[in-house]
Design a protein around this ligand. Structure first.
Ligand code: ATP
Ligand code: MN
Ligand code: MN
Length: 309
């Protein structure tokens, strides 16, 4: 019988490791020499920043038992021998299905590290309210030959449209190739409404500026353009968590930024396991201070068609 003790927004507690790591010297990022223990240290150090983004929600994991150079697989269901610090949660719409994975504290996160989860991808809803998302993610995917400034411009355009709809907008690097613009929601609108809103926004951007933006996945159309990937916003979809590591060379992390930090000097993989703790210590604040408090209710689907420039 799976235990189901996950709760949303568990309060960060003092960082002290209780989860036993087997093979702590196993190397996950060979170029940087970052080991399993090094990853545990990273998450312990930044725990209070990542906690609100990874606790109390279903998670998909990219697991890489032999580090980024080895085999990797996406996993969203619980498995045999799962670390007891990890919670099993039942999707209320999939009663017969296998339990999903969730965590509620630092031990849970370290349990994920023990399981070689090198990327953490939460749902945009909590296990307290599965049917009403509390987060929108607009995923900006630049095609080949798109300069970084164009991705920044796209993020600013998404921000303007979110704000026009009464929502607050925050930005993070993906740790890969693009940016994610994230809006906190009060969980009132359902998945159908949230997906329709984000689809409308992506299609409006592509209609207003077809030389810059596309809203459909078709690869051929993407060269020189930016895909406004709204499909993170449907039930069961995920996006990489703020502060999660990426299983890619460079040991980059998905890094929350303030809007005025966006610049060609800070690329999508600029912040890493190695420099993020120093950044947070120097900032002496969360770069997304006030994120959850800025949550608003998504109203009627209302997407502005006008150009901003
Ligand atoms: P990049 O900036 O390089 O695009 P990204 O994290 O945005 O990085 P995408 O390929 O755009 O990568 O994918 C967006 C999200 O879709 C991912 O963060 C992940 O949550 C989800 N995703 C991607 N690939 C898979 C997969 N194979 N299985 C499940 N979910 C996936
Ligand atoms: Mn992306
Ligand atoms: Mn994408």
């Amino acid at each position: 019988v799976p235990k189901t003790k996950a709760k949303a927004g568990a309060a960060p507690k003092a960082a002290k490791r209780r989860v036993r790591l087997t093979h702590p010297d196993r190397v996950y990022w060979p170029e940087q020499g970052i080991t399993k223990e090094g990853l545990a240290d990273y998450y312990t150090e930044i725990w209070r920043h990542i906690a609100p983004h990874v606790t109390g929600r279903p998670l998909a994991l990219l697991r890489c038992p032999n580090g980024i150079a080895g085999e990797s697989f996406f996993q969203k269901h619980a498995w045999k021998g799962l670390n007891p610090s990890i919670d099993l949660v039942k999707d209320p719409k999939d009663d017969a299905g296998e339990p999903l994975i969730s965590i509620s504290d630092l031990d849970g996160l370290l349990g994920l590290v023990q399981s070689a989860a090198l990327e953490i991808h939460p749902w945009g809803a909590t296990t307290a309210d599965w049917e009403h998302p509390d987060t929108i993610v607009m995923d900006l995917d630049p095609g080949e030959d798109v300069p970084w400034q164009a991705v920044i411009d796209a993020a600013l355009e998404v921000r303007r449209r979110l704000e026009d709809a009464g929502l607050a907008a925050f930005v993070k690097t993906s740790g890969g190739k693009g940016l994610h613009v994230v809006a906190p929601l009060k969980p009132k609108a359902d998945w159908t409404a949230v997906k329709a809103f984000t689809k409308g926004m992506a299609e409006a951007m592509a209609a207003d500026d077809p030389d810059r933006y596309v809203a459909t996945i078709a690869k051929a159309k993407r060269r020189g353009r930016i895909l406004i990937d709204y499909l993170r916003n449907q039930r069961g979809s995920t996006a990489v968590a703020a502060f999660s590591t990426r299983a890619r060379p460079g040991a980059a992390v998905s890094a929350p930024l303030s809007w005025d930090e966006l610049s060609p000097a800070i690329g999508p993989a600029y912040f890493t396991v190695e420099n993020m703790p120093k950044r947070l210590a120097a900032l002496d604040a969360d770069p997304w201070e006030g994120f959850r408090g800025a949550a608003a209710v998504l109203g009627e689907v209302k997407v502005s068609r006008g150009k901003s420039r």
